[in-house]
Design a protein around this ligand. Structure first.
Ligand SMILES: *[C@@H]1O[C@H](CO)[C@@H](O)[C@H](O)[C@H]1NC(C)=O
Ligand SMILES: *[C@@H]1O[C@H](CO)[C@@H](O)[C@H](O)[C@H]1NC(C)=O
Ligand SMILES: *[C@@H]1O[C@H](CO)[C@@H](O)[C@H](O)[C@H]1NC(C)=O
Ligand SMILES: *[C@@H]1O[C@H](CO)[C@@H](O)[C@H](O)[C@H]1NC(C)=O
Length: 349
């Protein structure tokens, strides 16, 4: 056997933190085989053209873009690289959450359930991609003003395609989401809507639970930079229902930023699959302190999904009882009116 092959067999994921991997190496490690490359047009498209292009080619759930129709376009590469036009997302000055800037849509090209009208490529499974890698290149405008932070594309799954964002918590039976976020100074993290417990939140230093919103995971394990292309790979393997063995990992420019093998994304097999790309990006955050200080942009290219069969198979602790916390203290203090206003405002957090 070749020494390098022996080394590859002996060394677990963590040992590769020092070195770069190719996406094929990561895909092969996790047995990911069903691939979809999101296409880009060869020429620039204004917002109307971009909208039509995405609906036609990106397999959007319900052929629908949730918001941001004016904030999407395809433009020449901001770094001057040759090739296809890249997807540009604008954040108007003062925009934060509430559909005021950025965009959101759910793309499911690997959704291979029998009812799927847009079955992509050779996806032949019964729709149960319990493990999936999302890859994309991202570019922030030179001198991007990060302010407090904003959402970035990630993965989602489950039959409820609207919750698991915007403060709509999960009980682990209908949805989960794992978007990325940038925070102050470009610090990166995964921002997840997953079932949590007090113990999970209190006993793990990599976690910051936000009482009625999502859960921040590994904040600062990697950092975004402005004015250059960077490559993100996000890997999720759903836990075995009842066991906390779910896997979550990020590679930044091919280098492993973190790998966790003890997470709970679902309490039930009713979340049977990772559905696909949750392209959700905007500043915020639930109030104007999160607003974009100026009109600025992010750009995306080489977006791809690679799905695989089978849930995470590591040993894990049995899941403790978990429940979505509907923030009873807030309700008690503020009264129902304010809570419903908050629920509206927070719909896209
Ligand atoms: C568990 O999954 C990994 C891929 O993530 C695979 O390499 C390994 O063979 C699996 N182990 C078992 C016992 O199925
Ligand atoms: C997607 O692009 C990669 C190169 O980035 C290529 O290796 C792969 O074959 C492509 N997949 C499909 C289904 O076209
Ligand atoms: C994926 O499958 C689900 C369940 O059958 C369906 O609701 C959804 O519209 C499908 N997505 C696409 C893009 O067709
Ligand atoms: C589907 O599979 C066929 C034969 O196995 C292959 O020729 C073709 O390139 C595949 N298509 C995609 C999109 O992967």
């Amino acid at each position: 056997m070749l020494p390098s092959l022996i080394a590859a067999l002996l060394l677990p994921v963590a040992a590769n933190a020092a070195g770069k991997l190719t996406i094929d190496e990561v895909a092969s490690r996790y047995g990911l085989s069903t691939n979809f490359n999101f296409s880009q047009p060869s020429g620039q498209l204004d917002s109307g053209g971009a909208q039509k292009y995405l609906v036609k080619n990106w397999n959007l759930n319900g052929d629908h873009i949730d918001f941001g129709l004016n904030d999407i376009s395809f433009v020449n590469d901001p770094a001057g690289d040759k090739g296809d036009a890249v997807l540009k997302i604008n954040y108007p000055k003062g925009s934060y959450s509430g559909q005021t800037g950025g965009t959101q849509f759910y793309a499911q090209p690997l959704n291979a359930t029998s009812s799927t009208p847009h079955l992509a490529g050779n996806a032949t499974s019964d729709g149960q991609f319990e493990r999936m890698l999302l890859a994309y290149d991202i570019y922030f405008d030179e001198g991007f003003q990060w302010n407090l932070g904003g959402k970035l594309p990630g993965l989602r799954g489950g039959s409820d395609v609207f919750s698991c964002s915007g403060g709509h918590q999960t009980d682990g039976t209908k949805c989960f989401s794992t978007r990325l976020m940038w925070r102050s100074s470009g610090n990166g993290e995964v921002y997840a809507y997953i079932p949590t417990t007090k113990n999970f939140c209190q006993q793990n230093s990599y976690v910051i639970c936000n009482s009625d919103f999502g859960t921040s995971i590994e904040r600062g394990a990697f950092g975004f930079q402005s004015g250059k292309w960077q490559t993100i790979w996000l890997y999720v393997a759903l836990n075995t229902p009842g066991i906390d063995n779910g896997e979550l990992a990020i590679w930044y420019n091919g280098v492993n930023a973190f790998q966790l093998n003890e997470l709970n994304f679902r309490s039930s097999a009713s979340i049977e699959s990772i559905g696909g790309l949750y392209f959700s990006t905007f500043f915020g955050g639930y109030d104007s302190s999160w607003a974009s200080p100026s009109s600025q942009n992010t750009y995306y290219r080489n977006v791809q999904l690679i799905g695989g069969l089978g849930a995470a198979n590591g040993t894990g602790k049995p899941s403790a009882a978990r429940a979505a916390v509907a923030s009873p203290t807030l309700a008690a203090v503020c009264g129902a009116t304010l809570v419903s206003v908050l629920a509206l405002v927070s719909h896209f957090i």
